[in-house]
Ligand binder design. Structure first.
Ligand SMILES: Cc1cc2nc3c(=O)[nH]c(=O)nc-3n(C[C@H](O)[C@H](O)[C@H](O)COP(=O)(O)OP(=O)(O)OC[C@H]3O[C@@H](n4cnc5c(N)ncnc54)[C@H](O)[C@@H]3O)c2cc1C
Length: 342
């Protein structure tokens, strides 16, 4: 089937959907409130299923060229001793967010994305065959359709990049906080911290300044201290972490939710953007392989809602376990045993 789609949001989900539908001969208009693609951003882990989705969209090789391979990760205690190795046989890629978005936007006809075009009433878009709501975790479209707002996880994420390459992927778990280090590209290191909100509040007034980070992590192992020493004036991105409660459907009428709008999740499994890409290819397959829009949207909902709802739940659990305040030796022993089984 061919038709017309209006996509709200030129993030990962929106651009991927637009790419796939255009390739299949659909007419597509993307409306994005920002003035253009972001120039800065941290690295995103891309798991094999997401790389397959990118291959399907014709962008796999382009993204591989802009990314570094990630093979497993080490989970450490603050003193640098190992709790577990995670996914040693599983290989993914780490790609800077701006590089991923640039790849998804590459070669799109210039009039496909309208920048500086905030959608204030998605009902006004009803002339299109399908309205794709890819408007992120705070999705106004989701709020209008289902009255569902995101819920807080009780943690805050801080992240950024510093000069110098990183050797592998580590996540260090201490009481009520964690610190992650990954490659960003060949020349920079990507770092992220997740902290219980009340612990961050009591650690410093500015909360996201290097001094607060040093108070929280300054006595952790040398790899963490190396990142703290390199923070300089590099920007620190601060997010209060939230996720989206389970929805009764990802579809209402001809409007369909994708990516974080449907299933925004804690970042602890590194899966939100991956699921957004898989959503996009699932929706494109359903629409282009079907003969009517309502049937295609139903198939998309059946294919994507249950697995992504489960991932949101697991990510919430991972967020809570990784920033636990008490019983850390027990937690670490359980995680180590799980790591040996994986
Ligand atoms: C700290 C952190 C680390 C993460 N790490 C990873 C990782 O390693 N791997 C991974 O897979 N995922 C990761 N994620 C998750 C990932 O960032 C998200 O899942 C992903 O960005 C979702 O893409 P999206 O396109 O659905 O939403 P968004 O990226 O939020 O895009 C939504 C777009 O819609 C636009 N928009 C919103 N409202 C309107 C409107 N009314 N009109 C027009 N435009 C609008 C916005 O401007 C935006 O461009 C991480 C998230 C965080 C917070």
């Amino acid at each position: 089937m061919r038709g017309s789609a209006v996509v709200v949001g030129a993030g990962i989900a929106g651009l991927a959907t637009a790419r796939g539908l255009l390739k299949a001969g659909w007419s597509v208009q993307v409306l994005e409130r920002s003035p253009g693609l972001p120039g800065t951003g941290t690295a995103l882990g891309m798991w094999p299923e997401a790389m397959r989705a990118l291959d399907q969209l014709g962008m796999g090789e382009r993204v591989r060229a802009a990314s570094v391979e990630q093979r497993g990760a080490r989970l450490l205690r603050p003193d640098g001793t190992e709790i577990a190795r995670v996914g040693p046989g599983r290989s993914g890629r780490l790609v800077p967010r701006p590089a991923l978005l640039a790849a998804l936007a590459e070669g799109l006809p210039p009039d496909v994305v309208a920048w500086n075009a905030p959608v204030t009433d998605h009902g006004a878009l009803a002339a299109a065959d399908v309205v794709v709501a890819a408007d992120g975790v705070h999705s106004p479209v989701r709020a209008a359709l289902f009255g569902v707002a995101p819920r807080p996880l009780g943690t805050v994420a801080l992240r950024g990049t510093v000069p110098g390459p990183a050797d592998g992927v580590t996540e260090t778990w201490g009481p009520a906080r964690l610190f992650g280090i990954t490659p960003h590209d060949a020349e920079r290191t990507n770092w992220f911290a997740s902290v219980r909100a009340d612990v961050l509040d009591s650690a410093g007034a500015g909360c996201d300044d290097p001094e607060t980070l040093r108070r929280l992590y300054g006595d952790w192992h040398p790899d963490v201290r190396r990142v703290l020493d390199a923070l300089g004036d590099n920007p620190i991105d601060r997010r209060t972490l939230i996720d989206v409660p389970p929805l009764p459907s990802y579809v209402q009428g001809r409007t369909v939710l994708l990516g974080d709008a449907a299933h925004g999740m804690a970042p602890n499994l590194g899966r939100g953007a991956c699921e957004a890409l898989i959503d996009a290819t699932a929706l494109v397959d359903a629409l282009t392989g079907g003969s009517d829009v309502p049937g295609a949207l139903r198939r998309y909902d059946v294919a994507r809602r249950r697995p992504t709802t489960r991932t949101v739940r697991l990510a919430r659990l991972a967020n809570s376990v990784s920033t636990a305040r008490h019983w850390l030796p027990v937690r670490n022993a359980v995680v180590a045993a799980a790591g040996r089984l994986s």
